[in-house]
Design a protein around this ligand. Structure first.
Ligand SMILES: Nc1nc2c(ncn2[C@@H]2O[C@H](COP(=O)(O)OP(=O)(O)OP(=O)(O)O)[C@@H](O)[C@H]2O)c(=O)[nH]1
Ligand SMILES: [Mg+2]
Ligand SMILES: [Zn+2]
Length: 341
């Protein structure tokens, strides 16, 4: 077998040129599905060397990656030789002992669409705010979808919409079942690559089915998926949209842990806090009881939603526990930093 880093010999290929590029549309440990530029879908294996050079990432390849392919013989099928540089990466911190590892959820995306439910599961501002702050940190635009508005109480819906008025993420209200807002969502997605992300059962797959009748993705009642304890969608997968663009459907999240945000930078990733924060007495004010804090006054006057500020405090505490209070850009490794402040 040929050495992994050697250039391909010119005679080895039977169909398709080596060095060909493709898009990763699905990842399952060592096996991926790829889409060649002619639109054909194929399985591809990951070369072992990719696992050696994956840095802090739990897995070297993610949906949305552009990769360089090779094959040693016609029988072998495709192998992924190299992941090409990413434009951006949307990911989260891995739970448990691997707390300084990142799970990349999707790469090279134009936007993250945070899908929230206003029925079951109930709307969670903290989950949404964690995802939005992570998008801001990763430099990826985000959109808030409020789905299941057919189940929402009007007052509650208005309050949630108002709380995102200055969060810099457009808000789209939808009912995947009754069709409200589906056209608006379609316009927001057309021509772009978007990842749908949110709580399990929020209706991501149902929305995709509403956008494109041909997709027929599996969906399941929330009560059934809760009692089984598993997600209905179990793999992230990329789907082309009929009108141009693509959407990545993902398995639902239960708890979203942001990766890599230095605690002192978090205040810059909630737009309302960033804007008012320039008026604080201390330029590096953390808005946590410092004197002459403009964010505190804005809260008193209901100019910043209490729910957004609660999310900020909860997230700040968590980031300090994980990364230390120093604001270093890199996660601290080793077990002892966890209690550091
Ligand atoms: N009433 C109502 N029910 C909806 C709506 N959208 C989705 N549902 C229902 O919510 C349940 C869960 O929907 P799914 O599309 O499977 O949710 P998901 O976000 O893909 O869930 P995971 O794949 O587990 O992450 C299904 O029973 C859907 O029929 C909606 O707008 N209104
Ligand atoms: Mg799903
Ligand atoms: Zn302040």
């Amino acid at each position: 077998m040929r050495g992994m880093s050697e250039p391909p010999p010119p005679t080895a290929v039977s169909s398709g040129p080596e060095g060909q590029e493709a898009l990763v549309v699905r990842v399952d440990s060592r096996q991926c599905d790829i889409r060649l530029d002619d639109g054909s879908m194929n399985p591809a294996l990951l070369r072992g060397k990719l696992f050696e050079n994956r840095g802090r990432d739990k897995h070297p390849v993610a949906v949305g990656d552009r990769v360089r392919l090779a094959r040693d013989s016609a029988e072998e099928g495709w192998a992924i030789e190299e992941v090409l540089p990413r434009r951006n990466a949307f990911g989260r911190r891995v739970a448990g002992e691997d707390y300084d590892l990142r799970q990349v959820l999707a790469t090279n995306v134009d936007q993250v669409v945070v899908v929230n439910s206003l029925g079951l599961p109930p709307f969670s501002s903290i989950v949404a705010d964690r995802i939005l702050a992570t998008c801001s940190f990763a430099g990826i635009p985000s959109v808030m979808v409020l789905n299941k508005i057919d189940k929402a109480k009007r007052r509650k819906l208005e309050k949630i919409v108002a709380s995102y008025a200055n969060a810099e993420s457009p808000v789209i209200q939808t009912s995947a079942i009754e069709g409200d807002g589906v056209e608006e969502l379609r316009e927001c997605l057309v021509g772009k690559t978007s990842v749908l992300y949110g709580l399990s059962g929020a209706g991501k797959s149902t929305l995709m089915n509403a956008l494109d009748q041909n997709l027929q993705l599996e969906t399941r009642e929330v009560s059934a998926s809760l009692s089984s304890g598993r997600h209905t969608t179990t793999f992230s997968r990329w789907y082309p949209l009929q009108d141009g663009g693509a959407v990545i459907d993902t398995p639902g999240v239960r708890k979203f842990r942001p990766f890599g945000i230095p605690p002192h930078e978090l205040r810059l990733h909630l737009p309302e806090l960033r804007e008012r924060g320039v008026e604080c007495h201390y330029p590096a004010c953390m808005h946590r009881g410092e004197p002459d804090c403009a964010v505190a006054s804005a809260l008193d006057q209901n100019q910043i939603p209490a729910s957004r500020y609660r999310s900020y405090l909860e997230l700040l505490t968590e980031l300090e526990e994980v990364y230390g209070g120093t604001g270093s850009n890199e996660p601290k490794s080793g077990p002892d930093h966890k209690t550091r402040r």
